[in-house]
Design a protein around this ligand. Structure first.
Ligand SMILES: Cc1cc2nc3c(=O)[nH]c(=O)nc-3n(C[C@H](O)[C@H](O)[C@H](O)COP(=O)(O)OP(=O)(O)OC[C@H]3O[C@@H](n4cnc5c(N)ncnc54)[C@H](O)[C@@H]3O)c2cc1C
Length: 370
């Protein structure tokens, strides 16, 4: 039985470990933290959506959402994603809509009047809206816990508080070192999220994935009833959604430098609110709850698409989702298991997301990034 060492117990490593074990492979999962989902997975905004511009992103999310629907622990809620499209992006968004419809995923074009029935906003500068009725949220902790439990049930060994230090290829095997032991395996899978660039350097490899801090702001419970879908103003990148009685909102700071910068950057609250209030004036009546707000790392690649599959003999990468990995992990886990079992993923062609696109200077740009 071939052995696979998986590094990282986020949702991607957990889903991969499960699917590899399901195919009868002997799996060892190493995680540097004391438990699972302590990286980006535990800090995501938990959104899932089929509304992307790149066909492979649409399909990875679509198939993953279908899987999350069947896992009670994933607590899938079809609360929807509403994109507000400014005139300047009319063409690009029309094209994305055509791509999504051609792939047969559920997405609707709405007039601004129809969209305003879901969340009140100022229409200035907007052309139309798109709505994904299958989009929504899951519980990333619950899904990760499910995958790990199932992986263990099928014989996978999960070692927490054991960091991957280094590995070298010798005699057709990866010889892996941690502070606690040495392991040998023909396959090594890096599911190390924002840390993948750093881990790659230990293997002498340049893997273009770097951490960028992102924040989610939370209001105190709102004094009015609401059930807002995740609504994105594409003019500014400001988004909001309901979470119980609270609202969550945010906006990516394009000037945030890459790196492991910790904590909330409260200086970004002002520019975030400025964009938010201009589109959603009702926010003025809400107070911020600083203790319920949080930060985490996006695991960013130069084209905002993940790096998937073999990068050299016996070495696989499944990382760099650039802020949309929770919603793609289920399918990525299956594809990584196929990649090991057959030498190449079968259910979807992951060619566009292989590392080679950067080596060949052919990045693909995903436009539907939040
Ligand atoms: C604020 C915010 C909002 C987000 N919102 C969304 C959203 O709405 N929807 C969505 O789909 N995605 C969202 N994301 C992105 C999403 O969280 C990530 O894409 C996803 O969690 C990536 O999962 P992962 O398993 O690849 O990485 P991670 O969850 O980061 O897991 C990597 C694991 O590797 C471990 N590791 C690293 N180095 C080592 C080592 N040397 N040895 C052993 N273990 C190691 C880490 O400790 C970590 O547990 C958001 C992210 C943030 C920060």
């Amino acid at each position: 039985m071939a052995r696979v060492v998986v590094v990282g117990a986020g949702i991607v490593g957990a889903a991969s470990a499960y699917r590899l074990a399901e195919r009868g492979l002997e799996v060892l999962l190493l995680e540097k933290e004391a438990t699972f989902a302590q990286g980006s997975t535990g800090r995501s905004a938990a959104g899932v959506r089929v509304q992307f511009s790149e066909p492979l992103n649409v399909l990875l999310s679509y198939h993953s959402i279908l899987e999350y629907q069947r896992i009670p622990e994933a607590a899938y809620r079809p609360t929807g994603y509403l994109f507000l499209v400014p005139e300047a992006l009319r063409e690009a968004q029309e094209e994305a809509l055509r791509t999504q419809k051609a792939l047969g995923v559920p997405v609707e074009r709405l007039s601004l009047e129809e969209a305003r029935k879901r969340v009140p906003f100022r229409e200035e500068g907007l052309a139309f809206a798109t709505y994904g009725p299958m989009d929504g949220t899951i519980d990333p902790h619950g899904a990760t816990a499910f995958y790990l439990r199932e992986a263990r049930r099928l014989g996978a060994e999960v070692r927490f508080s054991e960091a991957f230090l280094s590995a070298r290829r010798e005699g057709g095997l990866w010889r892996v070192e941690t502070p606690k032991g040495r392991y040998e395996a023909p396959y090594l899978l890096l599911a190390t999220g924002a840390w993948t660039g750093e881990v790659g350097r230990r293997l002498g490899l340049e893997i273009p994935i770097y951490p960028v801090r992102r924040m989610v702001f939370a209001t105190a419970p709102a004094p009015f009833p609401h059930a807002f879908p995740l609504t994105i103003d594409l003019a500014t990148g400001f988004y909001l959604r309901s979470e119980g009685l609270r609202l969550l909102f945010g906006r990516s700071n394009p000037k945030e430098p890459p790196g492991f910068r910790e904590g909330m950057d409260w200086s970004w609250l002002g520019p975030t609110l400025e964009a938010g209030l201009a589109r959603f004036p009702f926010l003025e009546g809400l107070s911020l709850d600083p203790r319920a707000s949080w930060w985490g790392y996006y695991e960013v690649t130069p084209d905002h698409n993940p790096i998937l599959g073999f990068v050299e003999e016996g070495l696989l990468v499944a990382a760099g989702f650039s802020g949309h990995g929770v919603q793609q992990a289920a399918m990525v886990g299956r594809l990584m298991a196929e990649e090991v079992a057959y030498g190449q993923a079968q259910t979807l062609d992951i060619g566009p997301f292989r590392l080679s696109r950067f080596r060949e200077g052919k990045p693909l740009r995903e436009r539907g990034i939040v």
